[in-house]
Design a binder for this molecule. Structure first.
Ligand SMILES: *Cc1c(COP(=O)(O)O)cnc(C)c1O
Length: 421
């Protein structure tokens, strides 16, 4: 555990919260599919001297002096990102995933233009045009869905029909709660037939693509990838935009990032991204990604045996979506709360065309990236899945809940959070 010596000395209140969170992370099992544990090298970079520096602009074209080392850092970060994902151009300045998407929309579209994206209850992300977002006021979002919720197959015929009718400027492929693979080739073909730009938001699966266990949309000619760096990619909290080859796109994206929408880049975060891109290009990272998929399959097997209703019937990636309302007759919120009590953290989630409300939906979403980082193997993940089912089956059995809490603690202690990989 980090000692936080300076904070301990000068700021007791903050120190207490740090200790609390360190303990929470160490003693519980993290199943939120968008979370992970970074290496101490990434933490060091993120907490480095670069947090002191202003460097508005881009390498070689900054507004302030003293940029020898920021230029080195940003150039390296860009070079590594491009190599990792097979892109010609990258912008590593977006502060997070949501700004990365907003930057791309603003760079390439005019107000009122259309974006064709995944229906939100079928797995699309808030930033893909949820009515509560500012983007939804500026652009017109149209939707595609799954054809068959029991297999997860996207309705590509409908997608094509909508594309032909609506003529979107961007076709956006990507998700945050969809457990299957998208057919990048079909997306590209449909986009080409209507002259749309192809954008893949791979925030959740960027690590799995970098690790070579899921297909890279660039291989099928996608124009743009946006991502976070803190989910399966196991880097600092941050965003990333990659452009396969179109120079005009990257020029517009760079201008829109700065000065269009952001101010000075967070160079400490860009340094930490560079460290993470190097880690993600190692053979051990590929192995980690293979284990993520194996561990998800192990959990899927248990849920299948126990007849838990899984949206799309299972998973091809790092996450699973369970219909707890149908299976256990409890809401996603109740499921999240009871699992919190035994030290398993995951999140409530809407299921496709959910009849219940987003704050108390029918489902829960869980994933294996964080527990795989901790070293859990298939048999351990099976055990975790069994504990989840038992907790949800006997939600009112207080004695049993205590017993399960002890089991979770035992597993957590057996798999401490690693400092390097
Ligand atoms: C997580 C996520 C984002 C947003 O990332 P933030 O860093 O939370 O802003 C965008 N798109 C998708 C698909 C995501 O899963």
């Amino acid at each position: 555990m980090n000692k936080y010596n300076f904070i301990k000395k000068q700021d007791k209140e903050i120190y207490r919260s740090f200790l609390g969170e360190e303990k929470r992370q160490a003693e519980g099992l993290e199943l939120i599919p968008s979370e992970n544990y970074v290496s101490y090298a990434v933490r060091e970079a993120n907490g480095s001297c670069f947090t002191n520096k202003y460097s508005e602009g881009y390498p070689g074209k900054r507004y302030y002096g003293g940029q020898d080392f920021t230029d080195e850092i940003e150039n390296l970060s860009i070079k590594r990102a491009c190599k990792l994902f097979g892109a010609k151009y990258a912008n590593v300045q977006p502060h997070s995933g949501a700004p990365a998407n907003i930057i791309v929309y603003s760079a390439l579209l005019n107000p009122g233009d259309k974006i064709l994206g995944m229906d939100l209850s079928h797995g699309g992300h808030l930033t893909h045009g949820h009515p509560v977002t500012e983007s939804a006021k500026v652009y017109k979002f149209v939707r595609y869905k799954m054809k068959n919720i029991s297999t997860g197959e996207i309705d590509y015929e409908e997608l094509e029909k909508i594309a032909k009718k609506e003529k979107p400027k961007i076709i956006l492929a990507g998700f945050s709660s969809y457990p299957r693979n998208l057919d990048w080739k079909k997306f590209k073909k449909i986009a080409d037939s209507v002259g749309a730009i192809t954008m893949a938001d791979v925030a959740h699966i960027a690590g799995l693509i970098a690790g070579g266990v899921l297909e890279n949309p660039f291989k099928y000619g996608f124009d743009i990838l946006t991502s976070t760096t803190h989910k399966t990619l196991r880097g600092p909290r941050g965003g990333l935009i990659l452009v396969r080859e179109n120079k005009d796109f990257i020029n517009k994206i760079n201008k829109t990032t700065f000065p269009g929408l952001q101010g000075g880049p967070h160079m400490h975060s860009i340094a930490a991204k560079a460290v993470c891109f190097k880690e993600a290009s190692s053979p051990s990272f590929s192995k980690y990604c293979k284990n993520i998929l194996k561990n998800t399959k192990a959990m899927e097997k248990v849920f299948k045996e126990k007849k838990v209703e899984m949206i799309t019937g299972g998973s091809d990636n790092h996450l699973l979506l369970l219909d707890v309302y149908k299976t256990f007759n409890i809401s996603g919120n109740d499921a999240q709360n009871i699992l919190d009590k035994i030290g398993i953290t995951l999140n409530k989630n809407v299921i496709p065309d959910d009849t219940k409300k987003p704050l108390d939906p029918s489902g829960i979403r869980l994933g294996t990236p964080a527990i795989t980082t901790r070293g859990l193997k298939e048999k351990d993940c099976k055990k975790v899945a069994e504990i989840i089912v038992e907790a949800l089956e006997k939600i009112d059995d207080k004695k049993n809940i205590l017993k399960l809490k002890k089991e979770v603690l035992k597993i957590s202690k057996k798999f401490p959070i690693p400092k390097s990989f």
